[in-house]
Ligand binder design. Structure first.
Ligand SMILES: Cc1cc2nc3c(=O)[nH]c(=O)nc-3n(C[C@H](O)[C@H](O)[C@H](O)COP(=O)(O)OP(=O)(O)OC[C@H]3O[C@@H](n4cnc5c(N)ncnc54)[C@H](O)[C@@H]3O)c2cc1C
Length: 204
């Protein structure tokens, strides 16, 4: 499953556990069989999601998601501040082709022309350096934050809830919010109850 984000980006959901695993893990706490807990799924997920001063319990750490993300570097920088999770990113130390740049919608025609001109200059200069034999890891230092990057992100549901809470919030930058919205939509079929309570929590 994939959602397009911004002008050239996307989020792909590559692997997903289901929210029922929260109950599977929690059943050990209550000394009950999973089948007994499933009858109270909504009640229990809500309780476990907000039990510790509004934070999910460790049972959410057993539900994992793997995403492939293509986003501008300035979005990736904000994303990678989320330390609880694993990242693997394309390396411009090894890869010099397929440069793509984010072009904001906000620009009027005049500014857009200048913006694209600037990107073309930078791109040409970058390939001049590469063609002269300058190391890729040095040549890349001329590239701007608008350059698209691609990474895998493996994250558990506890950390993902934290990510969604802060990155869906209106204080987060619009561009990363667009990615958070895409992620919310992608995980909803696997974690419908969690998404319902998350939406309510964000509204409050
Ligand atoms: C609107 C907005 C504006 C921001 N502005 C800035 C800014 O101007 N400058 C800037 O540097 N950052 C900024 N940030 C980044 C922010 O401070 C966090 O680093 C980022 O949101 C990651 O959140 P986190 O630490 O909760 O996530 P994670 O790193 O995934 O951590 C998840 C949770 O684990 C716990 N945890 C993780 N590591 C530690 C630790 N070392 N010690 C104690 N507990 C830990 C915390 O409970 C944390 O909430 C901004 C974030 C947002 C959403």
């Amino acid at each position: 499953m994939q959602k397009k984000v911004l002008d050239k980006g996307y989020v792909k959901l590559l692997k997903a556990d289901k929210e029922e695993d929260i109950l599977k893990v929690a059943s050990i706490c209550y000394g009950k069989k999973l089948v007994d807990l499933e009858k109270k799924k909504e009640f229990l997920i809500k309780k476990l999601m907000f039990e510790h001063a509004g934070n999910p319990t460790s049972s959410f750490e057993f539900v994992n998601f793997l995403f492939e993300v293509k986003c501008p570097i300035f979005v990736a920088r904000q994303w990678m501040r989320h330390r609880i999770g694993s990242f693997q990113e394309i390396s411009r130390r090894y890869v010099s082709d397929n440069l793509e740049f984010f072009v904001p919608e906000d620009l009027d025609e005049e500014e857009k022309t200048k913006y694209l001109e600037h990107i073309r200059l930078v791109e040409n200069y970058y390939y001049n350096l590469i063609n002269k034999g300058i190391r890729k890891e040095i040549a890349r230092s001329i590239l701007p934050l608008s350059l698209y990057t691609t990474f895998y992100w493996q994250v558990n549901l506890r950390s993902l809830i934290n990510f969604l809470k802060v990155r869906l919030d209106k204080h987060a930058q619009r561009e990363i919010r667009e990615y958070a919205k895409a992620i919310y939509k992608l995980i909803k079929p696997y974690a419908p109850t969690v998404c319902k309570f998350l939406k309510e929590a964000i509204k409050e």
